[in-house]
Design a protein around this ligand. Structure first.
Ligand code: PLP
Length: 388
């Protein structure tokens, strides 16, 4: 079955009692046992819950994995995955990545003896240089947040396999509609489902998909033991959002491509980081391993003093800290999403005070360009007039 059909039909399984087309929210934490030693398959909601189970089975199929796990946020999903590793283990991690992931690794996992080295995961010399005898896993974001760096998943996952380490891919920005890392050799996929999968800026959730029996059993154990699971209402809301993923991603990409091209020639813009542009260094790899592009990109204004007035003058586009929803959001990574990454690392990768991240929504592209164009014009006028 094609991905579009699978998505639209999530939860529309035959419900024998009422025939309801939308899967019900089972708001229960305990399930009656038919008799001693018997179970309906559901005992206690942390371990397994009916509405969450439909979501978990759906994401496992969509990502071509063996098992899916729904968590209370993307960070909860990452924490559950990191708990697979033990004291003394070492991880290799994408140099440019979501600031919260860096914070979890450096401020929490490091205290428990799991250390990380951050490298450009597309650079094999850097990967070999970072590899240690205790390296047990690699975590890749592709495209990275916020600089949209692309990693060749097939090559890097093959390298990880040859080294005997677990490869984990954060697929938040592309979703299984556009990229399926397990088909390219990854062992684990993680999503902040708060973003494109939910798609409406109204549900916080994380998803994990594993490949292979041992990993799937271990993850089920960790998911239940840690308990950062997704509730039935949010599981339902997430499935509702996922039904329209294909349509939304197509519009996100079309809008983002048009706006990125508009900014490329804008006199106040220095650089645009978007893998749909032929000028992007990851363009060929991105085309090879995914069937389309995300709806988020970053760009640098010529002068850092333009940032504050641009954020003040956008109206339709909200100045807010997330991505992947139908509403357009603009983020200032250096002081928001990536503030926890030390300045020297941010400067090394280019997350500086001129960088803005634009999560392009599904509004009409003309309205978005008009809003951004007006904000840039106003910002320039203020700068030239000596305003703040
Ligand atoms: N991974 C990526 C790529 C993200 O952008 C985010 C959040 O922005 C997360 C993980 C964390 O997800 P959540 O905010 O749902 O906890």
């Amino acid at each position: 079955m094609k991905m579009e059909s699978r998505l639209a039909q999530i939860g529309s399984i035959e419900e024998p009692v009422t025939g309801a087309v939308s899967f019900p929210v089972y708001q229960a934490t305990a399930f009656r046992h038919p008799k001693l030693g018997q179970s309906t398959g559901f005992d206690y909601a942390r371990t397994k819950s009916p509405t969450r189970k439909v979501l978990e089975e759906a994401i496992a199929v969509l990502e071509s994995g063996d098992a899916g796990f729904a968590c209370s946020s993307g960070m909860a999903a990452l924490q559950t995955i990191f708990a697979y590793f033990s004291q003394g283990d070492h991880l290799i991690v994408s140099l440019d990545l979501y600031g919260g992931t860096y914070r979890l690794l450096e401020k929490i996992m490091a205290r428990f003896g799991v250390t990380s080295t951050y490298v450009d995961t597309n650079d094999f010399d850097a990967l070999e240089g970072a590899f240690q005898s205790n390296t047990k896993g690699i975590l890749i974001e592709t495209p990275t947040n916020p600089l949209m760096m692309i990693t060749d998943l097939e090559q890097v996952c093959a390298w990880a396999k040859q080294k005997g380490i677990v490869s984990i891919v954060d697929n938040t920005l592309l979703t299984p509609f556009l990229q399926r890392p397990i088909e390219l050799g990854a062992d684990i996929v993680i999503h902040s489902a708060t973003k494109y999968l939910g798609g409406h800026n109204d549900v916080l959730a994380g998803l994990i998909v594993t490949k292979g029996k041992e990993l799937s059993e271990q993850m089920a154990f960790l998911h239940n033991s840690i308990g950062a699971v997704l509730g039935p209402q949010d599981s339902w809301l997430l499935m509702r959002g996922m039904k329209t993923l294909a349509l939304r991603m197509e519009r996100h990409e079309a809008n983002a491509t048009a706006i990125a091209r508009y900014l490329l020639t804008h006199p106040l813009i220095d650089e645009v980081y978007y893998p749909a542009l032929e000028s992007h260094p990851g363009y060929a790899v991105q085309n090879k391993q995914s069937s389309g592009n995300t709806g988020i990109f970053s760009f640098k204004v010529k002068d850092a003093r333009l940032v504050e007035p641009v954020l003040r003058h956008i109206r339709l586009i909200a100045f807010a800290e997330s991505l992947g929803g139908v509403e357009s959001l603009m983020t200032y990574p250096a002081v928001q999403t990536h503030a926890d990454i030390p300045l020297e690392i941010r400067q090394k990768v280019g997350v500086d005070d001129r960088l803005l991240r634009f999560s392009v929504g599904i509004e009409h592209v003309d309205d978005l360009i008009a809003d951004l164009g007006h904000a840039l014009e106003q910002a320039q006028a203020e700068l030239e007039g000596g305003g703040n």
